[in-house]
Design a binder for this molecule. Structure first.
Ligand code: NIG
Ligand code: FE
Length: 419
């Protein structure tokens, strides 16, 4: 039988409970419990304790099977962070692309000249599955130490059945082995990331993906999600529409790389009923209205703006339109090499005037919705014991330190990562 643990006291517990699912949030909407604690049973939250109940539980513990873990010094507790968009299963670096961008070349110019996504595809195809698992594990572990307890990971550097499936198997294997403490990994098939050189025609390649890759992903239960990069030079809106309808018919949830350099993707996302549209750097009011009509979750990726030196997505306008803004890292070797979700979110928040409450919501319960997970993102009885605490007395310190204040206490599925 798993033990019960009471942990505390915390100066503040941000439960992220009882908050609006979408639209603007003022900081006064944050539910804050002062000087309380948390009761954990195995991998589940049994109770959030206010100060009197916390004191009571500690007093009772001598006569029961409850273990007390005392937190020394000030701490602010909140749900673990959820990163809904990454590409962290890959081999090789793209520092030469970064240097070329600093010298003035654009992302798509570099791609056309033989760098970009296809150069990572080349290195990833040459890597063994063990090597891929190893790189993925190292990145996943470092994400967990920065407070990310759930992390989406895309394929997309194989662009053939062999390596796309190897990437998805690597993600699944690492997630199920659980010999290491890592975030939960949620995989997404992004075989439609770019047209590989072996194909002359974009339509032929997408037909191949629909025929040779997607059914196998389903058969092996490698992922429930499919993504596509809708962009000039990648896949056009009309090809993407057809492709997404095809994968939806096979029962997959849809995410879309949309409106990064040119618009059109958000409208397709709304038409096909995608769960989320990610990037949105160039989305205008028509695109935002389409997302609203289509009930599509907007996910912004400040890492790609910073990595490419381009404007941020219109996070403020998305919230003001009543949408449930999500912020993700997009950690990848090309456009977003940094991958530190909290640093990226805090920088975006200042440029876009996203409140503390909106930013923390975008990293927790709103992010959980974008991955269709209803057991996390909030500190509440019955949900998964994924949580992080920062060494400070007030939650404002978390974003004020621009992501450099790191959690000093992390619980993943009720297990200590850092205490
Ligand atoms: O989300 N834009 C397309 N895909 C990734 C970048 C992948 C890469 O450059 O390796 C992104 O930014
Ligand atoms: Fe991406």
């Amino acid at each position: 039988m798993s033990i019960k643990r009471v942990i505390g006291p915390f100066k503040q517990i941000l439960t992220m409970d009882n908050m609006a699912p979408a639209g603007p949030l003022s900081d006064s909407s944050l539910e804050i419990i002062d000087n309380g604690g948390i009761l954990i049973h195995g991998d589940t939250i049994e109770a959030i304790l206010d100060a009197p109940s916390f004191a009571n539980t500690i007093n009772k513990k001598a006569s029961s099977e409850i273990v007390f873990n005392e937190i020394n010094g000030p701490a602010v507790l909140m749900p673990g962070l959820i990163d809904t968009h990454t590409h962290i299963c890959y081999a090789g670096s793209r520092s030469e692309d970064y240097a070329a961008r600093l010298a003035g070349k654009s992302y798509m110019e570099i791609a056309k000249a033989g760098g970009g996504i296809l150069s990572t595809v080349d290195k990833t195809r040459k890597a063994s599955q063990d090597t891929l698992v190893n790189f993925l594990r190292i990145r996943a572990e470092s994400h967990l130490l920065r407070g990310v307890t759930t992390c989406e990971v895309k394929s997309g550097y194989g662009l053939n059945a062999n390596t796309e499936l190897a990437m998805l198997r690597s993600i699944k294997n690492l997630n199920t082995q659980r010999e290491h403490l890592i975030p939960d990994l949620i995989s997404t098939c992004l075989a439609a990331h770019f047209k590989p050189l072996e194909f002359q025609d974009h339509t032929d390649y997408l037909d191949y993906v629909l025929r040779e890759i997607i059914p196998q992903v389903k058969k092996e239960m490698l992922s429930k999600r499919v993504d596509i990069f809708i962009e000039e030079g990648a896949f056009s809106p009309s090809l993407a529409r057809h492709f997404l309808q095809g994968v939806k018919a096979q029962g997959f949830s849809l995410a879309v790389h949309a409106d990064q350099f040119t618009s059109g993707g958000a409208i397709v996302a709304a038409e096909v009923g995608a769960l989320s549209a990610d990037h949105l750097e160039v989305s205008g009011s028509d695109d935002i209205e389409a997302l609203k009509r289509g009930n599509v979750i907007p996910t912004v990726l400040p890492g790609a703006s910073i990595g490419l030196g381009l404007d941020f997505a219109p996070a403020r306008a998305l919230l003001d339109a009543g949408l449930p803004l999500v912020i993700a890292s997009d950690w990848n070797p090309g456009s977003a090499p940094m991958g530190d979700l909290l640093v990226l979110a805090s920088i975006l928040a200042m440029y876009q005037k996203v409140t503390m409450a909106e930013t923390l919501a975008a990293l927790t319960y709103r992010a959980a919705t974008a991955l269709e997970l209803c057991d996390r993102g909030i500190l509440k009885a019955g949900l998964r014991a994924d949580m992080i605490a920062f060494p400070c007395s007030n939650f404002n310190e978390i974003l004020y330190n621009q992501g450099t204040l790191k959690p000093h206490f992390i619980l993943k599925n009720g297990k200590d990562v850092l205490v």
